[in-house]
Design a protein around this ligand. Structure first.
Ligand code: DOR
Ligand code: ZN
Length: 348
């Protein structure tokens, strides 16, 4: 890695957690992910969700066509787990190379998760099979009980569910997705090498105050919701620590502007357009530019057992101005950092 204070060259990164949507929205957003990342783990929470190999193959084809201007981009597909997921089907999807991983949404935890899992006990045979095959389980780690405070739902999930899954299936590869708390960092650090986590740019940049700065700020709202400052600091420490357990996953989740700026706004932050500039700004602020390549380009493929990318990307310390809105395919989407400047720019 060639590094100087003002310029950094790293292997081309991958995004280990992204929502690319479908139809017009997919055609609008795919290019933003494909121009920065060689591969991306694509979330299956469409309506209806991607639960089988046939729908995953068809969806992958639609993604490849939407990202056709970046011919080297590889979408890695995931299977949406439901109470009635079948271990044999999922094993076939994994063994045939269609599915890279399976995603566990607790039912009703977030966007399009109504078909998610109501009780992990219902998918134990699937998880046992995944453990045997080495197929990663990607977890949205929040309880959904209305009586648990929304800011506590991740920590309570660790206690009630995740700790038990990891105990019962000690070899299962688990990615604790988009972690937002110091409790999650502690849990991942204390777990074996088979437990890793993705961290989004927004959870490194903002704490929960961002949602209420001078008024209600729907574009700072995602799930799991941003927490207190102490949690953001724990996430920054984990991401920039050099630990192989942490890797890049943007959770870029585009929603059309009116779906965000609404009496009941959708959860999700569209960070794909400037994701790498956003992460680089954090690593720079933490004095950890030398740890960026591991987080962005090495720890993820190593966890998934995939080869490292051969290409490189070079960033330079100069201002990137993020537009107020992105107009694409007839829709308007407000990106993360809208109207702000980031300190880094991609130059090659
Ligand atoms: O904020 C979020 N948006 N969190 C999720 O878990 C899902 C995502 C979406 O699909 O919009
Ligand atoms: Zn997500």
């Amino acid at each position: 890695m060639n590094q100087s204070p003002d310029q950094i060259t790293i292997r081309q990164p991958d995004d280990w957690h992204v929502h690319l949507r479908d139809g017009d929205m997919l055609r609008s957003v795919a290019t933003y992910t494909a121009r920065q990342f060689a591969r991306a783990i694509v979330m299956p929470n469409l309506s209806p969700p991607i639960t089988g190999t046939a729908s995953a193959v068809a969806y992958r084809d639609r993604i490849l066509s939407a990202a056709a201007d970046h011919a080297d981009f590889t979408p890695l597909m995931t299977c949406y787990l439901t109470d009635s997921s079948d271990a044999e089907d999922i094993a076939q999807g994994f063994n045939s190379g269609v599915f890279t991983a399976a995603k566990l949404y607790p039912a009703n935890a977030t966007t399009n998760s109504a078909h998610g899992v109501t009780d992990v006990a219902n998918i134990m045979p699937v998880l046992e099979r995944m453990q045997k095959m080495g197929m990663p389980l990607l977890i949205h780690g929040e309880v959904t009980d209305a009586d648990v405070d929304v800011f506590d739902r991740e920590a309570v999930f660790i206690e009630r569910t995740l700790s038990k899954v990891v105990q019962q299936l000690p070899e299962l590869k688990v990615v604790f997705e988009h972690i937002t708390t110091a409790e999650a960092v502690d849990f991942v650090n204390a777990s074996g090498a088979n437990v890793g986590a993705t961290i989004t740019p927004q959870h490194l940049h903002i704490n929960r105050n961002a949602m209420f700065q001078g008024g209600i700020r729907p574009h700072a709202y995602c799930l799991p919701v941003a927490k207190r400052e102490q949690h953001r600091l724990a996430l920054r420490k984990a991401a920039t620590s050099g630990s192989v357990k942490y890797f890049l996953g943007t959770d870029s989740a585009p929603h059309e502007i009116h779906a965000k700026e609404s009496a009941c706004g959708c959860a999700g932050i569209f960070n794909a357009p400037y994701a790498l500039e956003s992460y680089t700004t954090i690593f720079d602020e933490e004095g950890a530019l030398d740890k960026l390549e591991g987080f962005a380009s090495i720890h993820g493929p190593q966890f998934y057992g995939l080869p490292l990318n051969e290409g490189t990307v070079t960033l330079q310390r100069s201002k990137t101005i993020v537009p107020d809105a992105i107009e694409a395919g007839g829709t308007t989407i407000v990106p993360f950092h809208a109207g702000q400047e980031l300190d880094w720019q991609i130059v090659g």
